[in-house]
Design a protein around this ligand. Structure first.
Ligand code: AMP
Ligand code: ZN
Length: 465
């Protein structure tokens, strides 16, 4: 069986991935807070963990992986949006949740097996908080319940590698008179009349942000599971707090064993921000006619642990390359398995850049079935993504002819070989015939690439001896 190696934030090392139960590999990824359209950065963890999900399904079998991604539908940003727009909270969260699902589907992301909403798990959160109080890890103060970081000094801060004292020195924490330690964080807080609230042993209130992931991961994946993911902006405090809550509520388990964090997305070299005018949503790009598959391709060309720079230039290049790939293999039935080079690249801590390089080689080699199957492991050329330009349909109708494709690939490589052995006469002869037939050959540093133009005439290929 393929060994997957993953960089574990917890140990800061690339480790061989050994699931607790290969019959049920379990992964939790923090999902969006639903009050607005997903911006382009929010799509990065979705695409990154979609590729990991696809790889796990490939290695362990599609029925042996459970992927959970939550929706945070109780949050003060949502309350603020409701107040300023005069709309119902439930209307805003339902609409935004559907937008998210629609937009991510356009990026070719598979839906996780479970997509729990925080508001559906309030009783489980209350139970977990009660357990933490009973074990001496949390306390009630002025209608709030707080997690006591001093009750778990040995574990708190391990993920992000800082001690509680360092955190206090460096953090801008909310200092509240009812906190025993400034780093103590809210598990439950009181709600006013106009705010969403649920009855609890501590009065009518609502959960703090972190507890939902601990409660939902426990309900759906158990006290120990394999992988936990999210953007690296969540490492502290969110993930640190999830660990504290879960490990103290369920000391018999070890919560998540492999922690994966994607780096942030930037736009044209700058942090995406409304004031710089480079802030946009996934939907903005789709509306401009950029196919979701192009967005996915651009994302995957950078390793997930490196900052990713979105540029219009990259999108143009990706579109050109993908249309060649679609012409080559879009209409082909995927058969057999993906190429081992692609599986190996992905198994090396999701080296998606390496996997794309391997795909380029497969494209040149001309086996459309293996190519297609390999591309699908990256979520590219998948049936869900459909066709995206009319031109492609015309191109691939010509090129779904496998015999022709093989003939062209053979000629392109014969020309390469002729050049290498300094047989320039033969090389030029092949070039001229390909040109006559409407095949465009471009020499790139990685080797020749070819495509058929609109005036492709396969009969002319036959004039070559
Ligand atoms: P939020 O709705 O802000 O909690 O974010 C949802 C997900 O998007 C989290 O996993 C974040 O880490 C991730 N995220 C937010 N901004 C970016 C960004 N600029 N680049 C990559 N991921 C991001
Ligand atoms: Zn979370």
């Amino acid at each position: 069986m393929t060994t997957i190696r993953l960089h574990n934030t917890r140990t800061r090392k690339k480790e061989a991935f050994v699931p607790l139960d290969p019959e049920n590999v379990r992964m939790y990824v923090c999902g969006p807070t639903v009050y607005d359209r997903a911006h382009l950065g929010n799509a990065r963890p979705v695409v990154v963990f979609d590729v990991l999900y696809r790889l796990l399904r490939h290695v362990y079998g599609p029925d042996h992986v459970t992927y959970v991604r939550n929706f945070t539908d109780v949050d003060d940003k949502i309350n603020a949006r409701a107040a300023e727009s005069g709309r119902e909270i439930s209307e805003i969260t339902a609409e935004t949740t559907q937008w998210f699902l629609d937009d991510m589907a356009e990026l070719g992301a598979l839906e996780p097996d479970h997509m729990p909403r925080a508001t559906q798990y309030i009783p489980q959160m209350v139970a977990m908080i009660e357990g933490l109080i009973a074990k001496g890890h949390a306390y009630e103060a002025e209608g709030h319940v707080l997690f006591a970081v001093d009750s778990w000094r040995e574990g708190y801060g391990k993920l992000s590698g800082r001690s509680v004292d360092d955190m206090i020195a460096g953090a801008r924490v909310e200092v509240a008179p009812y906190k025993r330690n400034p780093m103590d964080f809210v598990l439950w807080k009181p709600s006013d009349e106009g705010q969403p609230g649920w009855d609890s042993p501590w009065g009518r209130g609502r959960p703090g942000w972190h507890i939902e992931c601990s409660a939902m991961a426990y309900e759906l994946l158990g006290e120990s599971f394999d992988i936990h993911g999210g953007g690296n902006d969540l490492m502290f405090p969110h993930h640190e707090n999830e660990i504290a809550q879960s490990c103290c509520a369920h000391p018999e388990g070890d919560f998540a064993r492999y922690w994966l964090h994607n780096e942030m997305l930037q736009v044209e070299g700058k942090k995406m921000s409304k004031s710089l005018g480079n802030f946009f949503t996934v939907r903005d790009l789709l509306d401009q006619g950029i196919p979701g598959e192009v967005i996915r391709f651009v994302f995957l060309s950078t390793h997930y642990r490196k900052p990713m720079d979105w540029t219009a230039e990259k999108a143009r290049e990706a579109e050109a390359e993908l249309s060649r790939w679609r012409a080559f293999a879009g209409g082909i039935d995927p058969m057999g398995g993906p190429a081992s080079e692609v599986v190996d690249a992905l198994s090396d801590d999701l080296n998606t850049h390496g996997a794309i390089t391997a795909l380029r080689k497969l494209y040149k080699e001309g086996d459309a079935h293996v190519f297609r199957k390999s591309a699908e492991l990256l979520g590219l050329l998948t049936p869900e993504l459909g066709e995206w330009t009319e031109d492609d349909v015309i191109l691939h109708s010509t090129l779904s002819d496998e015999v022709l494709r093989e003939r062209i690939v053979a000629l392109v490589w014969e020309r390469q070989d002729a050049k290498k052995s300094k047989n320039f006469g033969r090389a030029d002869e092949i070039r001229d015939v390909l040109k006559e037939a409407g095949v465009v050959v471009t020499d790139t540093p990685q080797g020749p690439e070819w495509d058929v133009g609109p005036d492709f005439d396969p009969a002319k290929l036959e004039s070559l001896k």
